[in-house]
Design a protein around this ligand. Structure first.
Ligand code: NI
Length: 485
């Protein structure tokens, strides 16, 4: 019953994205018309040389999680994206100085279009300033042959194109939702900082919360039909439209949440080690995969150590080859949500979206659906546990936290991790942090010298089953939680 209700909720969510007020049932010959303001995003795993970077807070007083792509062939784009997100982080840090509820900044990304000529990266920002949420987006374009970043208005033929576009958008918004402030639409490049194309070549302009009306309006976007938009485009705009119209990659399949088919997870599902008579620790790596993951995997493999990786869906879908390497080298892959938002602050539907899309992304990469999840920031209320249970996910916390994401010196990571280790511990680390990965060879060697072996989380529990919806802090004799700061 619960599962049925859940599944239909997700189907409804997906339907609002893909269909729009159809009078007749669809047939095989007539595909569903797309909602015109939906951008036909490209599959990042098909883009050669793409890796991801993660930026987190320097102190626990703020929740910050930023990811953006880097492309080996387009260094100026990576540089531009880094500059964009760090500017946002600085503004957020300035704006949230006052004490109060923990503020949160979350930025993830999508590829609006990719071709040999041009690439568009849509940075999507969610911000909680202590009192309320706002969402915004900005699309950075990049002229690949010239190695030159462009703002969204770089797709237009100068101020004249922008002025005409503003007029067309204004006309289309007039008879739209109540509450849209049409007079707020002016030919201001900051207002038109997220332009892209749908698969039909219509020009899509998106507005941030509060830009053209109340935040409660939800997403406000306008599609200007191809023929009307065509005269407004620059050469880069024409290239971007062509890239969107002829995607080099298959469409992402519709959302269908994968639930692990199991009553519980036993250690023998993954490994053979019996931790009862031995000193086991479970190293867990959050937030990857990313640019440092290959090095981390090599350090583990060289010492025969297995670990548990809690990956974000947005990183997983971009780098499925790294997930396959994790699987092939004996590690367990767990779910760390799609974009690393504080799940405890989200509705049940959005929690399900964050966890469900990640289940799908991991399954698409490695053919296995996770049975373990770790909530970002370890922040999980009863609704997170309820959704996790329906999806067949056990929630994994930790009892050793070296605080590695705040440490720059690998020697500090080594010292705190080794000091915290004890039989049965679940140690929380961050595989996207360069200093953590630098520290790992020494951590592994030092703990080995002290008689430890490195196992996955389910192995830590031995034959004791891990149940969906339950929370696990540590195995073996250490059931107490300690925070090392
Ligand atoms: Ni995390």
């Amino acid at each position: 019953m619960l599962k049925l209700r859940f599944t239909s909720g997700i189907a409804l969510l997906a339907a609002t994205v893909t269909a729009c007020g159809l009078g007749n049932p669809p047939t095989h010959d007539a595909p569903l018309p797309a909602e015109p303001t939906m951008i036909g995003f490209a599959d990042p795993s098909r883009v050669g040389g793409l890796s991801t970077r993660t930026i987190t807070a320097k102190a626990p007083s703020r929740r910050v999680h930023i990811t953006y792509p880097t492309l080996a062939a387009d260094p100026a784009l990576s540089h531009q994206l880094h500059a964009e997100v760090t500017a946002q982080l600085r503004a957020f840090t300035r704006a949230t100085r006052a004490a109060g509820p923990t503020p949160e900044l979350n930025i993830d990304w999508q590829l609006s279009a990719v071709s040999e000529k041009i690439i568009g990266v849509r940075l999507r920002t969610g911000e909680f300033d202590g009192s309320g949420w706002s969402d915004s987006q900005r699309t950075v374009w990049h002229d690949r042959p010239a190695n030159r970043p462009l703002s969204s208005t770089g797709l237009l033929n100068g101020q004249a194109g922008l002025t005409t576009l503003a007029g067309l958008v204004k006309a289309r918004l007039k008879d739209r939702k109540h509450g849209v402030d049409v007079d707020a639409v002016t030919a201001d490049p900051n207002l038109f900082d997220s332009l892209a194309f749908n698969r039909k070549g219509d020009l899509v302009a998106e507005f941030d919360d509060f830009q053209v009306g109340a935040g409660s309006l939800g997403r406000v976007a306008v599609a200007v039909p191809r023929a009307q938009a065509a005269p407004l485009l620059s050469a880069a705009g024409v290239a971007a439209r062509a890239a969107a119209e002829t995607p080099a990659v298959a469409d992402v399949p519709p959302v269908q949440v994968l639930t692990s088919k199991r009553e519980h997870t036993r250690s023998t599902d993954f490994g053979e080690t019996d931790c009862a008579p031995r000193k086991c620790v479970a190293l867990t790596f959050n937030d990857g995969p990313g640019a440092h993951t290959p090095r981390l995997l090599s350090a583990l493999a060289a010492r025969g150590a297995r670990a548990t990786f809690f990956v974000t869906g947005s990183n997983a879908i971009a780098q499925p080859d790294l997930l396959r390497r994790m699987r092939d080298e004996g590690h367990v892959i767990g779910n760390h949500s799609w974009s690393h938002r504080n799940l405890a602050a989200l509705s049940a539907n959005r929690i399900a979206d964050q966890l469900g899309r990640t289940q799908n992304a991991v399954h698409a990469a490695v053919g296995q659906t996770p049975t373990l999840a770790r909530a970002p920031y370890g922040s999980a209320g009863p609704e997170v546990a309820m959704v996790a249970e329906r999806m067949g996910l056990s929630l994994v916390r930790w009892n050793v936290d070296p605080g590695d994401e705040y440490l720059r010196d690998p020697a500090d990571v080594v010292r705190r991790t080794v000091k915290g280790a004890r039989p049965g511990a679940i140690i929380a680390l961050h595989g996207v942090s360069g200093s953590t990965v630098d520290a790992m060879p020494t951590v592994l060697d030092e703990l080995t010298r002290r008689g430890y072996i490195f196992v996955t989380v389910p192995e830590l529990y031995g034959t004791q089953p891990m149940m969906p919806g339950q929370t696990y802090h540590a195995g073996g004799p250490t059931a107490t939680t300690a925070r090392l700061r």
